[in-house]
Write a protein that binds this ligand. Structure first.
Ligand code: SF4
Length: 499
């Protein structure tokens, strides 16, 4: 390649237009570079197909926790629908519901409002429209709330819940066994549900869901990189085409959900910047997003920007802690990280909606890769899977929306995740307050930095790739002791509490 052609390629690459011209890189440092031949284990990139749509990743629902609030609400709502499908004979014998909570749901569910979420779902509330005030009323220990299913009235109360064993042998830490009982306590219907993080849920014996087969097959970023190079399409284009086929929707319907996500995120910042006062919890904890934002007006431009990004992230996280609607990105505990940078892209950089949608799709690719090959649950891999993944998604979004090519998009996500590795999940008292709210601010700032660093990287002059860092996150998460995985019994969860 002559010098002029090289300079042209370099210029196009820096504008994000040379995504198909940069050859696939054989990443990974040869072991022979190291004395002793390296660690003696080989990394294999993931292969397979991600069949989950971006739509399932970005779910709208009430806070504070996707695994402990949103998923239990969805589970209870699903169980209610199942009960509604029973024969009139079975339904006539039914007397009451029982919800048995296991593992982390039992250990920290009270701090995460799991009880209210389960009750709301049984009462027929839907996550996207659930009024936080309804959830608040359900906290009354004396309260009894009636719901009618096919003409039968059921009472739901705090007594519906059983805070069961923290140690158990179910395949997922967050397990919820839903039961329908008759007047003598005999089980008429039982379903074993799991909440694997991010507001997703599954159940034992679940039939495979019929959805469209993705046009572009990849399980990790290595394969996605190959798809991008082979087709000449951008990451958002690939994700959009898969989304349309998996969900059987046209582009307008896909865009409508992306717009809802962007709107909910920005509205969360707007609302959070107006609110003040104490957040719900067992100790006095005050909102500070508004104060931080007001202070930013008296600072120089550099400091002001940092303060503003922090205030946007905390505005959404504080709202989430108060049970306001937020978006799983990838979880509700980490729901403030991406909105902070959506707000920057919208209000500071004034990017068009199309660029924001593309950024969201790129973030979706990163989130799905992390979820598929590791986890996005603090209960499974610690906070690296929540704030770490949120930061990686936000970095990819900023890089993509500002016109970076696929290599820089991947690198931005990779750097953001890499520098969260090992982060434990140790919410004080099991409440999504300390360290979660400020942690979102740090996740957003790291994400913006990662996007800037990635865009200034020379193509091919870095070693890290996303799949390797995701594998490191999984390995680290497995090695983390259980008290550091959303149990509230390790780290800050212990040292912040006096005897
Ligand atoms: S510490 Fe991190 S992973 Fe744990 S609840 Fe808070 S935000 Fe989620």
């Amino acid at each position: 390649m002559d010098r002029r052609a090289f300079l042209k390629l370099a210029a196009l690459s820096s504008m994000g237009l040379a995504c198909t011209a940069v050859p696939a890189l054989a990443r990974g440092i040869p072991a022979k570079n190291f004395p002793g031949g390296g660690p003696g284990r080989c990394f294999t990139p993931p292969t397979g197909v991600i069949r989950i749509p971006v739509r399932d990743l970005f779910k709208v629902g009430p806070g504070p926790s996707s695994s402990h609030t949103l998923a239990p609400l969805r589970i209870a709502s699903h169980f209610r629908e199942t009960v509604a499908g029973l024969s009139p004979d079975d339904l006539t014998r039914a007397a009451r519901f029982e919800a048995r909570l296991f593992g982390s749901l039992s250990a920290t569910g009270q701090g995460h409002r799991t009880d209210r979420a389960v009750m709301a779902g049984l009462l027929g509330q839907q996550p996207e429209t659930c009024d936080p005030k309804v959830m608040d009323r359900l906290a009354d220990p004396q309260g009894r709330f009636d719901t009618v299913i096919n003409g039968r009235t059921f009472a739901v109360s705090q007594e519906t819940l059983v805070w069961d064993a923290v140690e158990h042998s179910y395949p997922y830490s967050n397990t919820l066994v839903m039961r329908l009982l008759d007047a003598q306590g005999q089980v008429l219907l039982e379903r074993e549900y799991y909440s694997p993080g991010g507001g997703f849920f599954l159940w034992k014996g679940q039939p495979e869901e019929r959805r469209g087969e993705p046009v572009h097959r990849f399980a990790g970023m290595t394969e996605l990189r190959r798809v991008v190079e082979a087709t000449g399409k951008s990451i958002p284009q690939v994700m959009l085409e898969n989304e349309m086929v998996i969900l059987g929707q046209d582009q307008a319907a896909v865009n409508a959900h992306l717009d809802l996500v962007l709107h909910t995120m920005a509205a969360g910042v707007d609302l959070g910047l107006k609110e003040e006062g104490q957040l719900p919890g067992p100790f006095p904890f005050f909102r500070k997003a508004r104060r931080v934002f007001e202070q930013s007006k008296r600072l120089g431009p550099g400091d002001a920007f940092l303060q503003q990004v922090s205030s946007y992230a905390m505005a959404v996280s504080e709202g989430n802690a108060a049970g306001r609607l937020a978006v799983t990105a990838p979880t509700l505990g980490s729901a403030g990280t991406m909105p902070a940078l959506v707000y920057v892209l919208q209000r500071h950089l004034k990017l068009p909606q199309k660029a924001l949608r593309q950024g969201l799709l790129a973030a979706g690719a990163v989130g799905l890769i992390c979820k598929t090959n590791a986890s996005v649950a603090g209960a499974e891999v610690g906070c690296q899977g929540e704030i770490g993944v949120a930061s990686a998604m936000a970095a990819a979004m900023v890089a993509c929306a500002t016109g970076a090519g696929p290599e820089a998009v991947e690198l931005a996500a990779t750097m953001a995740l890499e520098h969260h590795l090992g982060m434990s999940c140790d919410p004080v008292g099991g409440f999504v307050l300390i360290p979660c709210i400020e942690r979102n601010a740090f996740g957003a700032l790291k994400a913006y930095n990662a996007a800037l660093l990635a865009r200034s990287e020379q193509p091919g002059q870095h070693w890290e790739d996303l799949d390797r860092v995701v594998a490191a996150m999984l390995e680290t998460g497995k090695a983390l002791p259980q008290p550091f995985k959303e149990m509230g019994t390790g780290g800050l969860g212990v040292t912040m509490v006096d005897c």
